[in-house]
Design a protein around this ligand. Sequence first.
Ligand code: BGC
Length: 929
Amino acid sequence: MSVVPLLLGLVAGAPPTPAAPARATVAALRTEYKVDPLGIDATRPRLSWKLQDDGRGVRQTAYRLQVVPDRAAFGDTVSFWDTGRVASDRSIHVPYEGPALQSSRRYYWRVRVWDGEGKPWAWSAPAFFEMGLLRPEDWTAKWIEPGLDEDTSRSQPVPLLRGRFEVDGKVKSARAYVSALGLYEMDINGRRVGDELFTPGWTSYKHRVQYQTYDVGSHLRRGENVAGALLGDGWYRGYLAWNDRRNIYGDRLALLAQLRIVYEDGRVQVVGTDDTWKAARGPILMSEIYMGETYDARLERAGWSAPGFDDAGWSRVRLAGPGPPALVAPAGPPVRRIEEIEPVAIRKTPDGDTVADFGQNLVGWVRLKVRGPAGTTVKLRHAEVLDKDGNFYTANLRAATQLVTYTLKGGADEVYEPRFTFQGFRYVAVDGLPGELTTDGLTAVVVHSDMPVTGHFETSSPMLNQLQRNIVWGQKGNFLDVPTDCPQRDERLGWTGDAQVFARTAAFNMDVAAFFEKWLRDVAADQNDKGSVPFVVPDVLTTPERFAGGSAAWADAAVIIPWTMYLSYGDTRVLETQYPSMKAWVEYMRSQAGPSHLWNTGFHFGDWLAYAAPSAEARSYPGATTGKDLIATAFFAHSTDLLQKTATVLGRKEEAAEYAELLARIRAAFQKEFVSASGRVGENTQTAYALALRFRLLSADLHTEAARRLAADVRTRKHLTTGFVGTPYLCHVLSDAGYLDLAYHLLNRDTYPSWLYPVKQGATTIWERWDGQKPDGTFQDAAMNSFNHYAYGAIGEWMYRVVAGIELDPGAPGYKHALVQPRPGGGLTSVDARLDTMYGRVASAWKLGDGRFQLSVTVPPNTRATVRLPGAALAQVTEGGRALTSLPGVAGARQDGKAVVVEVGSGTYAFAYPDTNLELPAPSLPAAP
Ligand code: BGC
């Protein structure tokens, strides 16, 4: 079989390449977050661009957009859509407002801007977007099913489907529009179409299935052509969730493919799947998300997807039903092969397994290179960890076998990669290999949604740097078309709570706007008619008997994530689109809480996997469990608050007022029920305080007192006790309330429970549990012990926002106005952080040494920033070696207590001053007596 060439992406976490010096250029044109997308279905696509100029104070005062269906039509004026000069500083998400866009048509666009001096810049290079099939009647192809006998109660061999068509002229362009029930891979004339994996992606299949659009012009030839497709069980009918469940969406695989060929002479030919196609079984005997793949190379059918192959013995296909209610273009990025990793060691375990160690817990699969006699079977088993004796450990995978089996056809070198499965692993045990296993024989292929890397965070602490890498790897491993809890055991589901706690961190490391936009539509689609939100999206846990959803902090993903995307990307459309879903969830909570405004009914996961105190400790500091009614009422308030803010952004004044009033009632109810007159909150747990403080549920005086009590608890225990729910907020509320030292202590602590304990144990990803593996190498639990669970990685946002100080202004979202306000401490001597925003790069890098504090700040064009220099005296601050006053690009500088505050426009600034007044919290608290 052929190996698809690797598309090397940027390694997430590696420093983005430094931009070349730029002058007055408009570039990085994006349509709906994408570069020159094919097959979109947004009928008012949003256009974004970046001003590139390293100068200071560069801004846009006006823009002009031109959109044309024919690239040659660009000119001084264009008739299709020309905005003329629009006085505006808007350079992101400008909606197309021209004539209706037509299915399959390509549109070119360009933009020019006027800068702060009113000078026009040159036109950008043209970009384009191309529409997909916008109307149901554009689809003339038929859904087809392989007409093969199947026992759908278990895994089935992957069928091959094959159809022929004629091309009778010179082709100008050709597109394939393809979808499937199940997963598909398509070939035309023996060559793979596109490089996307796990297509058509995972959506709420009951409501919507995606189709992909491919440029297949170069695949076609005059005369007979052949299209071939493989269909995998995938999420549609493969094993999913637990207890051998399968066929969740249906038990028949189906394919829909339509080709639109435009000839040089202007003719348009449309061909599609129909009942002339044929089907047969091929070499893939089993391919399942959880279970791996079984491949027998002796069963390959050479040339099956090219002309000239004899398919006389193949079965006919059947026409299938009408297909899903809606076919939609993908809003999110495709899944691709992103990088490759070679084994760092081969070892023999005490139990006798030969194991390749890739040095990194990762998600994807192994490419096997092997040579040997026909019929030899090689087995690859995948594991995340070795046990305390160094043996291969798979108990935590539960029913997910992750077993890849390859049977050789014999002869030359054979190179094989599985297709419709992915594995979560660092170690691969190899059985049956002819000859010795060497590091050349195996390569790990890392697979995930292809999201641009946007963040970089590095410090003088190697441990924190490893933590950051682990967070990024957790993101890579669990952003495979949907945000999953974990990528290895029989789960891999879109757990809403996990996504909710991690979304803000994710938006630092990579551009996740389009990824979440897609998923949020499924959140809305899978919400029930009462407004309740499922535990997992796409929802595969609800049964006819029971709606599996409605848990506080999980279901709130429906509100928190759209708001987070709005803040991070300045995207108001995601708020518009999600508003009904956001509102329905808040209304559901309102109906559950009733007139008391206390939500104390229903099922909730609570502060999942919170630290459980051993009995000796529990006696001295009781109460490490946060009440579920407190959590539920706190999130009821929080989501109501975000909904109220959303209504304000959308100009829905009445609703904003209504939800503001509802919020006031919930706060009052919360205080009455859970807050004592002296400021004790609920069960006195860290999570109770974190929620009450972060969601501003307390009166001003009790806020201070509650923070003091939280600080006292952290100081006494010397560690965190929070679970999934409280963890993202804990360090924030401490540093906000003046306890930066405690926040740094928690961050730097390297014994259980802490973020650095797993790092000290050699973790290369974030663990599901604070103590997944104990210091003696034994495991916490077998049934629920993932070593790649991003939830606790939610500390990442605190590192970017507080340690580096890259913060946004909710009043000017998307970093249109950024705040750069680092809070040095924790024993760190340097921090280097960057974030590529919609406008360009925001950077904050600080350094301590030689009695000086230095801060380098980068602010992208068409934005401004408020820089806060901690422990600085106005007269002592220099920028680029000169006194701060009267510098270009600096709009204002003032002393604000112990800090100097500087307003800057775009550009790079190097601030420096003596560190004498800098208050630096210690790396950690004194050790326990
Ligand atoms: C998942 C979690 C999820 C939880 C619900 C687990 O099985 O792995 O991450 O949020 O269930 O509490």
